[in-house]
Design a binder for this molecule. Structure first.
Ligand code: SF4
Length: 644
């Protein structure tokens, strides 16, 4: 492979917590091959526009070198996008001899963009699209369809990742593109003449600085120390994605590469599916310690500017390191005070580093000798504890005293144990007890629901966690995770309801979690009472009632309970239903569709009850905390109905 290829790595514009590891490995792969790599996540139309603007500016700089086109690139963009020429004559080329050429160039690129001519002249030799959860179906399909326009030859559009592996047939039907299924864990999987195993490569962290999107968690080493899983749980996609279990994946070499290229990172996030199943678990812990993650290990941020400048000099990823240097420099500018701040500002001004648009590699390299000393003296140097997180959760069936002791020798935070099934109760409790015994106090445990469990099951598992917190003095954050099928039509959205669940019950759980940010915090009692008991009920009976409570009353608990007093009115009515009456409204409530119950329900008491469900979250948002307005609007419905 001799010719340098243009490679585009795309992640669909969904929200996600972790950076796309697959694309980061592909970035490393293509950089090894000397290719020109671009990563993008965001609005694809903007991406195309930015590319065209940048090409246009290059051309304009050639035509009229006396103008600073970079400073005014937003004006060029406005013209290409909206044909807005209003500022041009005054600012940019009023005096230019090359006015006709400039106009011609601008019109050419506007036409190129507006008519979609760029689609007939794609510039990328290869486009790789990663995919994640199957319920991101729509946005992923849109991204693949868009990507088709950007690649020179259809067979060089590569779709991989979780959804691509699980729904490959469906994707092919919808887009005509055949996915690359599973892991890129064999030689020559993308290029016949290259025997590099992509899955074994270290991640390229630099690509994360090419985009605006900020991953909530990126300040960590992301890696696997095992692959696949020994079990075959029917609700899980791992047996399909990674069918072979690898008990150890050595990581020291990759770790050292990442550290030397991108600088040391504070935390270690392990995305293993079932690390405890490994017979090499003690070796894994040993390796974690060797790479600097023993209990009590501290982290001090390295000189980030020095690393960024070094990588710029080495041409590692100029776009990324220009952006990164700019952001590092400006972060420090905000911290500086007095004369130092002024001196630092003057240097930035001198080298046109005050705006990202005018920040160039050349300016950065020229300014660095003057910035270096101030940066080193004032950069953050506080030390903090490092953490290790087995992020996908540990399998309680493999927990033993010996393994828990090993875990306690690394700075685990939090410890995550999966509690997917009530049948695992005893093993799960034993696991948490062992964690407490070895001083691990912070736990964050996954609770699968909406599969073959019932709402009662979920309540019991949540309650077990609360009770364990009290008994063992630990903090267990419960993470209820809604089951979504891994195959077929149901996998393409988040609408699936399990056999013992219904739309209303699901909404109820989601409404409570909405208030708590998706987690159920450990039992805390304050002047307002016990948080868990307030949110889910003190008893199973109260929880069952909560499942039927209007969603708005759950989300805006205080407003409806205290300010308006509607909750107690609803409760009184609900509790007064006899079996026959309950059966008459049950299905309507469980369907969570209150559009036309008037047509079927004639009993005034039931109509009164159902009227509570007609208050929507929008109604509350619309009154902007003026709850009197809400009262005036709904009192006739809620209270007058009481007189029916
Ligand atoms: S043990 Fe965990 S990773 Fe393994 S198949 Fe079951 S749910 Fe999936």
């Amino acid at each position: 492979m001799t010719k340098k290829r243009k490679i585009l790595l795309l992640e669909p514009n969904y929200k996600n917590k972790y950076p796309p590891m697959g694309l980061m490995k592909l970035a490393t792969y293509h950089r090894i091959l000397g290719d020109d790599v671009t990563f993008f996540k965001g609005n694809l139309q903007d991406f195309v526009l930015e590319q065209i603007v940048s090409e246009c500016i290059q051309r304009l700089e050639y035509i009229e070198s006396s103008a600073n086109w970079k400073i005014d690139q937003h004006i060029v963009k406005n013209f290409i996008q909206k044909k807005d020429l209003s500022l041009f004559d005054d600012i940019l080329f009023a005096e230019s001899q090359n006015k006709p050429l400039i106009r011609e160039c601008l019109h050419y690129f506007r036409n190129y963009y507006i008519t979609g001519k760029y689609k007939q002249e794609p510039v990328y030799d290869r486009v790789c699209v990663t995919t994640l959860f199957t319920f991101y179906w729509k946005i992923t399909i849109e991204t693949i369809l868009f990507a088709k326009q950007l690649v020179k030859t259809p067979e060089e559009l590569k779709i991989g990742g979780i959804m691509a592996s699980l729904l490959s047939k469906e994707i092919q039907k919808e887009t005509g593109v055949k996915s690359v299924k599973g892991l890129l864990d064999k030689p020559s999987m993308l290029d016949n003449d290259v025997d590099i195993i992509i899955d074994d490569l270290p991640l390229d962290y630099s690509i994360l600085d090419e985009i605006e999107y900020q991953y909530p968690i990126r300040d960590a080493y992301f890696t696997f120390m095992t692959k696949g899983c020994k079990r075959k749980c029917s609700f899980c996609s791992v047996p399909k994605l990674e069918p072979a279990y690898k008990p150890i994946v050595h990581t020291i070499e990759k770790f050292n590469t990442v550290k030397s290229l991108y600088g040391d990172l504070p935390n270690l996030i392990l995305l293993d599916n079932n690390a405890l199943a490994s017979p090499c678990f003690s070796e894994i812990i040993q390796e974690i310690k060797e790479i600097g993650f023993s209990k009590g290990a501290m982290y001090v941020e390295p000189n980030q500017l020095e690393i960024a400048i070094r990588n710029l000099k080495d041409d590692l990823n100029n776009k990324a390191y220009i952006r990164r240097s700019y952001s590092i420099i400006h972060k420090l500018l905000k911290r500086l005070r007095g004369q130092t701040a002024q001196t630092y500002y003057n240097i930035l001004d001198k080298y046109s580093l005050l705006k990202l648009e005018t920040t160039t590699k050349e300016n950065l390299l020229s300014a660095y000798p003057e910035l270096e000393r101030i940066y080193e003296k004032n950069r953050p140097k506080t030390s903090r504890l490092r953490h290790v997180d087995f992020n996908q959760g540990l399998d309680c069936r493999f927990i033993t005293e010996e393994k828990m002791k090993l875990i306690s020798e690394i700075p685990i935070l939090p410890l995550r144990i999966a509690f997917d099934n009530l049948k695992l109760k005893n093993k799960y409790i034993k696991g948490v007890e062992l964690a407490a015994k070895y001083g691990i106090k912070e736990l964050s445990n996954y609770l699968l629901y909406n599969y073959d469990d019932s709402p009662d099951d979920l309540y019991e598992r949540l309650k077990i966690n609360q009770d364990l917190c009290e008994k063992l003095g630990v903090h267990i954050y419960s993470f209820p995770m809604k089951y979504i099928p891994v195959k077929g039509k149901d996998a393409q959205s988040r609408d699936y309801t399990g056999p013992k669940w219904n739309r209303k019950f699901i909404r109820c759980i989601q409404s409570v979690l909405n208030v708590t940010g998706g987690i159920v915090a450990p039992a805390r009692t304050n002047e307002r009472g016990n948080f868990f008991e307030k949110a889910f009920g003190r008893t199973l009976k109260e929880f069952r009632e909560l499942l039927y409570m209007p969603e708005t009353y759950i989300v805006y608990r205080k407003i409806f309970e205290v300010d308006l007093g509607y909750t107690s009115i609803w409760q009184e009515l609900f509790r007064s239903l006899n079996n026959e009456e309950f059966e008459e409204v049950r299905l309507i409530i469980e369907s969570n569709d209150f559009g036309d119950y008037y047509q079927t329900i004639k009993n005034p008491k039931l109509i009164r009850l159902l009227s509570h469900y007609s208050i929507s979250r929008k109604d509350v948002d619309n009154v902007e905390q003026d709850y009197e307005k809400l009262k005036r609007k709904f009192d006739p419905l809620i209270t007058l109905c009481n007189t029916i």
